[in-house]
Design a protein around this ligand. Structure first.
Ligand code: ADP
Length: 266
């Protein structure tokens, strides 16, 4: 079980500080969603955690080791990141793209082994892509392509899966398919950390929520703790009304309106 923490993590683009002294301990074996307004630094935090960006100060610790001291292959064997999809691979077939997930495990120019093929097949099955495996990516719908990126990350067989907006642009049925798939993966023991804008889906499918604004973590807690009017006012400047379905601990937003500018959110 891979354990991921950040200590006083600070990240900038050129001189502009975007993440400010963030301390984070990701709950192991759970689904954690990162929410917050546009431009609050969610995507940047995810990239720093995946070692795509280098911090100015502080550190990302993977199983207690500063991620900057690990090489790319070591990082890729512990965490997979699924970002806004790459167009570079869209001429390849589904199984070719998913096979890329095994890249961190290949030694030199040695080819895929039996174990690699088994993991590729498992990833294709888990994402419902087996029947489409010979299709080229550019002949798939957006929802199907999204499943391919997830399959590629699954084939990487890491304890930790990071996803940047995995359901944005998907229709409601495909959103549920992806979120149900993430739940299945989590139940198999993986830790999932994602950014997500849909607050109801975040509440329904997450064990924990982290609320970020202006490069800082404003709140962490269960959906029940975070999805309350006062926290939504602090995070989004909205006045939100919630209800919680029977037999559920997961609040849903009924409706919301903008708070007057300058209103004291506390
Ligand atoms: P979020 O994911 O919460 O929308 P981002 O992490 O994408 O936020 O962006 C945080 C801030 O960093 C924004 O002000 C954005 O304009 C800026 N930013 C993001 N990427 C870059 C980049 N590559 N170069 C310079 N500034 C960037």
């Amino acid at each position: 079980m891979t354990d991921l923490k950040t200590k006083q993590l600070t990240v900038s683009y050129e001189k502009k500080e975007v993440i400010h002294q963030v301390d984070l301990a990701l709950p192991v074996g759970k689904i954690t969603s990162l929410i917050g307004p546009n431009g609050s630094g969610k995507s940047t935090l995810l990239k720093a955690v995946a070692r795509i960006l280098t911090p100015d100060n502080g550190a990302v610790l993977l199983d207690g080791t500063d991620i900057q001291r690990l090489d790319t292959r070591q990082v890729a064997q512990k965490l997979a990141i699924l970002g806004q999809s790459s167009t570079l691979l869209t001429g390849l077939t589904v199984s070719e793209v998913v096979a890329y997930g095994r890249f961190p495990y290949l030694k030199g120019f040695a080819g895929l082994k039996e174990n690699d093929y088994q993991l590729i097949q498992w990833a294709l099955d888990a994402t419902g892509l087996t029947e489409l495996k010979e299709r080229r990516l550019n002949a798939l719908s957006g929802g199907q392509q999204q499943r391919v990126w997830i399959a590629m990350a699954l084939a990487q067989d890491t304890d930790l899966l990071l996803l940047d907006e995995p359901i944005t642009f998907l229709d409601p049925a495909h959103q549920l398919e992806i979120l149900n798939l993430l739940t299945t993966i989590q139940q198999q023991g993986k830790t999932i950390f994602m950014t997500i804008h849909d607050l109801n889906q975040a509440s329904r499918f997450s064990d924990y929520i982290i609320g970020m604004r202006g490069g800082e973590i404003l709140m962490t807690g269960t959906p029940q703790e975070v999805f309350v009017p006062q926290q939504m006012a602090r995070l989004f400047d909205i006045d939100a009304e919630f209800y919680t379905p029977e037999n559920s601990q997961k609040p849903r937003i009924l409706d919301y309106s903008l708070l007057p500018k300058g209103a004291d959110a506390s």
